[in-house]
Design a protein around this ligand. Structure first.
Ligand SMILES: NC(=O)c1ccc[n+]([C@@H]2O[C@H](COP(=O)([O-])OP(=O)(O)OC[C@H]3O[C@@H](n4cnc5c(N)ncnc54)[C@H](OP(=O)(O)O)[C@@H]3O)[C@@H](O)[C@H]2O)c1
Length: 335
C-alpha cells in the first residue's frame, strides 16, 4: 500500500440493487475506486442540486452502480503518477463525470485522472473552493459565455432566477462584482433582504410573475442567468432586450421550453447552453483563476448556509429537492 493512503477509509456510496436505491457510508480501499493516476486526500466537498438528485435517486444521474457520490472535491495530492502533480499539491475538481460515470468526491480519498485536476489558484482556500463548487463554477461559466457573446454592463440589468440557490446566489454576487446590475427572481420573499445584501438591486417574487403568451413582450432585462427552465425560461425569451444573452443553466422548475423564433430573429437574443461538467480544461482553469480574483464573490460568508459532515447529507438533499436551498452547504470530508 502506498504511503499516506490508509488501508480503508470512509465514503458515501450510492447503490441501486436488490435492496433498493440508497446512499450509505461504507469502508473502502483505494482499489475499490474508478481508475486514475492521482490520489487526493479530500478535505471538502459541497452539495449541488445534482448531488441531491443522485443521493436520493430522484433523478437519473449515475450511469452505473455502485459509485461514490459527490460531483465536487477539493483536497491535497497524496500520490501521483503524473510529473505535473506532486504530493502536497492542493487541487480542485468539479464535474468531469464524478458521481456520474466514476466515483465522486464524497470520499476521504479520491482516485482521479490528473487531466481534470485544477491546481488551487492563489486567492482561494480549499474550503472556499468548495463553497463555490460546481455552483460557483457554473455562475462564472454563465457570465463568461454571456460576455463572449457580447454582453456588457452598459446594456442594462441581468436577471437571475432560482436566485436563492447555490448557482443563483453566487451569480448575483459575481455579476455585481463584475459591474452589472443584478436583479433576482426568487420563490423566497422572506429572503429578499439577504439577496439584496449579496448585491441584488431588485427582487421579484417568482410566485407573482406573469408571463404573457405573446411571442415578444416589453423587454425588461439585458440578459438572464436561468436556473429554473420550463415556463421561466420560456417567459424570459420574450422579455430580453435586443442582443442580450440568456445563460440556460438549470431545470429546477422543468425541462420544457415553449418559445418562438421571434426573440432570436427580431431581437437577436442569444440562448447559451451551460454545461459545467464537460467544460474544456483551458476554460476551466481560466474560470477558477477568475473565481479566485476578479470574480471572487464578495459575500462568501453570507452565501455559506452551513457545514455538513459526510454522514449528514440526507436532510440537505431533501431540502434542495423541495426548493428550500439557500446559498451553499459545504461538506467536511477529511479536513
Ligand atoms: N448546467 C450546468 O452545468 C449546471 C450546473 C449546476 C447546476 N445546474 C442546475 O441549475 C439548477 C440550480 O442548481 P443549484 O445547485 O444552484 O440548486 P439549488 O442550490 O438547490 O437551488 C435551486 C433553486 O431553484 C429554485 N427552485 C427550486 N425548485 C423550483 C421550482 N419547482 N420552480 C422554480 N424554481 C425552483 C429555488 O430558488 P428560489 O426559491 O430562489 O426561486 C432554489 O433555491 C439545477 O437545476 C441544477 O441541476 C446546472
Amino acid at each position: 500500500m502506498p504511503e499516506n493512503i490508509p488501508e480503508t477509509f470512509k465514503a458515501l456510496r450510492i447503490f441501486d440493487d436488490e435492496h433498493g436505491y440508497r446512499a450509505e457510508i461504507v469502508d473502502q480501499t483505494i482499489d475499490d475506486q474508478s481508475e486514475g493516476d492521482v490520489v487526493i486526500k479530500v478535505a471538502w466537498s459541497g452539495i449541488n442540486y445534482k448531488d441531491a438528485l443522485a443521493g436520493t435517486g430522484k433523478g437519473k444521474i449515475l450511469r452505473e452502480f455502485p459509485l461514490n457520490g459527490g460531483i465536487d472535491a477539493a483536497g491535497v495530492v497524496v500520490r501521483s503518477e503524473n510529473k505535473d502533480f506532486d504530493a502536497g499539491d492542493e487541487v480542485v475538481i468539479t464535474g468531469c463525470g464524478l458521481s456520474e460515470t466514476r466515483d465522486g468526491g464524497y470520499s476521504e480519498y479520491l482516485r482521479v485522472p490528473s487531466k481534470w485536476l485544477v491546481p488551487l489558484p492563489k486567492g482561494l482556500t480549499l474550503r472556499e473552493a468548495m463553497l463555490l463548487g460546481t455552483a460557483g463554477f457554473t455562475a462564472a461559466l454563465s457570465l463568461w459565455r454571456m460576455e463572449a457573446n457580447g454582453q456588457t454592463p452598459d446594456m442594462g440589468p441581468i436577471v437571475v432566477t432560482g436566485a436563492s440557490g447555490g448557482v443563483g446566489s453566487i451569480a448575483i454576487d459575481i455579476l455585481t462584482r463584475a459591474g452589472y446590475e443584478a436583479h433576482a427572481i426568487s420563490g423566497k420573499v422572506e429572503q429578499f433582504e439577504w439577496l439584496r445584501s449579496l448585491g441584488a438591486r431588485q427582487c421579484i417574487s417568482r410566485k407573482e410573475l406573469y408571463w404573457s403568451e405573446k411571442p415578444l413582450d416589453s423587454a425588461h432585462w439585458a440578459g438572464a442567468i436561468d436556473n429554473v427552465g420550463g415556463d421561466m425560461l420560456s417567459g424570459l425569451t420574450r422579455v430580453i432586450k435586443p442582443w442580450g444573452s440568456i445563460a440556460s443553466c438549470g431545470m429546477a422548475g422543468g425541462i420544457g421550453l415553449r418559445t418562438t423564433v421571434m426573440p432570436f430573429i427580431i431581437r437577436g437574443i442569444g440562448l447559451l447552453g451551460i454545461n459545467s461538467a464537460g467544460c474544456p480544461y483551458a476554460i476551466r482553469k481560466e474560470l477558477w483563476s477568475r473565481l479566485a480574483d476578479a470574480w471572487k464573490p464578495a459575500h462568501l460568508d453570507l452565501i455559506e448556509n452551513t457545514e455538513a459532515p459526510l454522514d449528514g447529507l440526507g436532510p440537505h438533499f431533501e431540502n434542495a429537492l423541495e426548493g428550500g436551498s439557500l446559498g451553499r452547504v459545504v461538506v467536511r470530508v477529511g479536513a
